[in-house]
Design a protein around this ligand. Structure first.
Ligand code: NAD
Ligand code: TYD
Length: 365
């Protein structure tokens, strides 16, 4: 198979690319990424010279560019992760989210359809049995978020695959819209699509605008930890490699036109999670317990801040046998250790040079 992974230079995408390149030497893996502020090819240094890995710097809203890559590598499967992914940025600049997440996904769908239509005669069912009758051997897998379901009350159950979409932020609204387009392409054109909705990921290579890497880095520098509101919002955290394993399984074994929720049944109130992070960083830096707790700083709440997310991933467990492999305490210690051991990676991102680079990227759009 020849597989196109979009957003492969980002946080989750880099873990998916690494898994596929290492696990499937017989596949060609193409990473399509335009390298926004969140895309960093350093995330893939360990696999960039493998013969089955290819990189193409293309914007997902560039139809000709995407189609050209699909033709060049004779793509059979798409795993679509490229997106604007940060809620706070979506509040400041919602248009960028509509452009990339909505128009970009629609462009990806259109390009895949056009390319696979051009090959209808030669489309042959592949041994691993993917695809629909019209597009045998093909698959378009869209990675989405649990945030499309809206917010839950404390103790108010879980998001299941039947939960109604009720997005609140411009980010989640744009992801919800893209999910609808993906499903529409199956229902209208028989494109062999799959959608998964995952809870909050954590682990190595996450851009330090998100809670966990931002706070680890701030503790290291003795900088304030800005806790939104009262810190009582709840998120359901999954180790990123467990998400990548789920993506591998669902890409190969998931049912066409179906939806799977992915999550670890691992809910934490922000303030409790922050205290675990502080404790772990202090322990690994050799500081006395409680040393960095004074950095906690309560700040104005995020606008429209969703109270609680919690995913029910029973369907994925029952149908495909997936379960998270890491206990949270183990995952968070591994994560903190990784950021402390890879300070150069973090420093290059947080340096003024990097900021200038991404500002210029945005200025060009
Ligand atoms: P990220 O922000 O770390 O990476 C996004 C990547 O997409 C970057 O490499 C960026 O350069 C690329 N990109 C952005 N716009 C592009 C464009 N127009 N053309 C080509 N490439 C572009 O994001 P992430 O946290 O790794 O999330 C990946 C996907 O998973 C997203 O679709 C996100 O909605 C979804 N998701 C994320 C989480 C999470 O906790 N991070 C949870 C569930 C779902
Ligand atoms: P984030 O990592 O941005 O993920 P998401 O908004 O997609 O869930 O934030 C996780 C939680 O942490 C969320 O409830 C907002 C909160 N938060 C803070 O309290 N302070 C911060 O500086 C950040 C970035 C997030």
């Amino acid at each position: 198979m020849n597989i196109l992974i979009t957003g492969g230079a980002g946080f989750i995408g880099s873990h998916v690319v690494r898994l596929f390149v290492n696990k499937y030497p017989e596949y060609q893996i193409v990473n399509l990424d335009v390298l926004t502020y969140a895309g960093n090819l350093e995330n893939l240094r360990d696999i960039e010279n493998k013969p089955n890995y290819h990189f193409e710097r293309v914007d997902i809203t560039d139809y000709d560019g995407v189609l050209g890559v699909m033709r060049k590598y004779d793509i059979d499967g798409v795993i679509h992760l490229a997106a604007e992914s940060h809620v706070d940025r979506s509040i400041k600049d919602p248009m960028a989210f509509a452009r990339t997440n909505v128009m970009g996904t629609l462009t990806m769908l259109n390009a895949a359809k056009t390319y696979w239509d051009s090959k209808l005669e030669s489309n042959k069912a592949q041994a691993i049995g993917l695809g629909t009758e019209k597009y045998p051997g093909k698959r378009f897998y869209h990675i989405s978020t649990d945030e499309v379901y809206g917010a839950l009350e404390m103790g108010g159950g879980f998001f299941t695959e039947q939960t109604k979409y009720q997005p609140h932020s411009p980010y989640s609204a744009s992801k919800a819209s893209s999910d609808h387009f993906v499903r529409a392409f199956h229902d209208t054109y028989e494109l062999p699509t799959i959608v998964t909705n995952c809870s909050n990921n954590y682990g190595p290579y996450q851009f330090p605008e998100k809670l966990i890497p931002l706070f680890i880095n701030n503790i290291r520098h003795g900088k304030p930890l800005p806790v939104y509101g009262k810190g009582e919002n709840v998120r359901d955290w999954l180790y990123v490699e467990d998400h990548a394993r789920a993506i591998d399984l669902i890409f190969h074994k998931g049912k066409i036109a179906d939806t799977y929720n992915i999550g670890g049944f691992n809910e934490w109130r922000n303030i409790d999670l922050i205290k675990v992070i502080i404790k772990t960083v202090d322990k690994l830096l050799g500081n006395p317990e409680g040393h960095s707790e004074h950095l906690i700083t309560y700040v104005t709440d995020r606008a429209g801040h969703d109270l609680r997310y919690a995913i029910d991933s029973t369907k994925l467990k029952n149908e495909l046998g997936w379960e998270p492999s890491l206990q949270f305490e183990e995952g968070i210690e591994k994560t903190v250790r990784w950021y402390l051991d890879n300070q150069e990676w973090m420093d290059r991102i947080t340096s003024g040079e990097y900021e200038k680079y991404y500002e210029s990227m945005y200025a060009n759009r």
